[in-house]
Design a protein around this ligand. Structure first.
Ligand code: NDP
Ligand code: GUE
Length: 303
């Protein structure tokens, strides 16, 4: 059986980061302003700490002004809202990201709604959700993981996805729903599957494009994949790996990669697929946000 092409998310993310770095340098040259990103982390979830460190380091590598606010897990909602109020008014900060999930005593939607939509580089504010859903993607800030997934699809399949059958598994506000909106805007025929979907394997078998965002290790099996389909595996699942030594873990996606590679035309690996693209698109959104706040023209879109 033929082997799928492996989509190199790491390499594509590096090329996006290079483009952002040179655009950011040009902005600094012309206006003396560095795009400013504030990342807020509440609590000490080890996985979140890794991502936040990554975001901070990548922002610095792109020539951004980058600040990280790490708050105790028992920080009050009022104190978090107060910090966001200050970041909203800080002219050196163009993008604000509050790492999710938040501790249970904090109302997530209250926090996300307080972020000024023009600084909402995660694209989670209702204004940005509305713009994306209304088909006005170019004036919105689009959530990073779906945006990065679309870049990978276009680098793999070319710019035209029109008429393709796309199945998105998962309907979260972070990944599934905005991914479906983007694919619909690309004129795909979009199906959104979730935990109540009947006969998921046969729904997936109709897909030219599969985006898996479930959070269940290897739930999507190889024989669900239509021969030649393009598979974007968003899932990041940490599972025990005793073969690597006692107490060790490894990352797997939502797709059984070793099986799917014999059916798909192209597939993203985990790690090294969507993850690095998410961080690259966060940088792209921060630069876009900075230019808009400075009243500068939009640059060529990355997807
Ligand atoms: N690479 C990256 O940059 C990122 C990766 N992720 C990863 O992506 C995955 C999904 O994240 P997220 O969207 O936040 O997760 P959520 O838990 O918010 O959503 C999961 C979705 O999967 C659906 N689902 C759960 N079980 C099944 C099942 N058995 N069959 C079909 N659908 C099912 C749920 O359905 P229902 O709505 O009915 O409950 C839900 O819509 C996770 O592994 C996460 O770590 C997330 C963000 C960024
Ligand atoms: N407000 C908010 N915005 C987010 O975008 C957000 C969030 N909260 N909470 C958590 C999820 C998860 N997420 C990832 C980002 C990068 C990788 C990533 O870089 N992954 C690498 C390496 C992973 C590793 O080695 O641990 C890879 O897949 O190759 C993964 C997952 C962003 N999220």
């Amino acid at each position: 059986m033929s082997q799928a092409r492996i989509i190199d998310g790491k390499a594509i993310a590096a090329s996006v980061r290079d483009e952002i770095s040179s655009r950011s340098a040009a902005l600094f040259e012309a206006s003396g302003v560095r795009p400013g990103l504030a990342v807020v982390l509440v609590g000490e979830d080890p996985a979140s700490q890794v991502y936040v460190r990554n975001k901070d380091a990548t922002a610095a590598a792109c020539g951004f002004h980058s600040v990280k606010h790490t708050l105790d897990a028992d920080t009050s909602e009022a104190d978090l809202l107060d910090l966001i109020g200050h970041l909203n008014e800080d002219a050196a900060i163009h993008g604000i990201l509050v790492q999710l999930p938040l501790p249970g005593h904090i109302d997530e939607s209250k926090v996300l709604r307080l972020i000024k939509p023009e600084k909402d580089v995660d694209g989670f504010h209702p204004v940005n959700v509305g713009l994306l859903t209304a088909g006005e993607r170019d004036t919105a800030l689009v959530p990073c993981t779906p945006a990065g997934s679309l870049v990978l699809l276009k680098r793999t399949l070319g710019d035209t996805l029109s008429g393709m059958n796309a199945v998105v598994i998962g309907r979260s506000n972070i990944v599934g729903k905005p991914m479906a909106s983007l694919l619909l805007q690309e004129s795909c025929t979009v199906t959104i599957a979730h935990s109540r979907t009947k006969d998921l394997p046969n729904v997936v078998r109709a897909a030219d494009i599969v985006v898996a965002a479930v959070g269940r290790p290897e739930i999507v099996r190889g024989d669900w994949i239509k021969p030649g389909a393009t598979v974007i595996d968003v899932g990041i699942n940490r599972i025990p790996a005793p073969e690597r030594g006692e107490g060790k873990n490894r990352l797997v996606g939502d797709v059984a990669f070793d099986e799917a590679v014999g059916h798909a035309g192209a597939i993203t690996p985990v790690p090294g697929g969507v993850g690095p693209m998410t961080i690259a698109m966060l940088m792209a959104n921060t630069l876009t946000a900075a230019r808009r706040q400075l009243g500068l023209a939009e640059e060529a879109a990355l997807f």
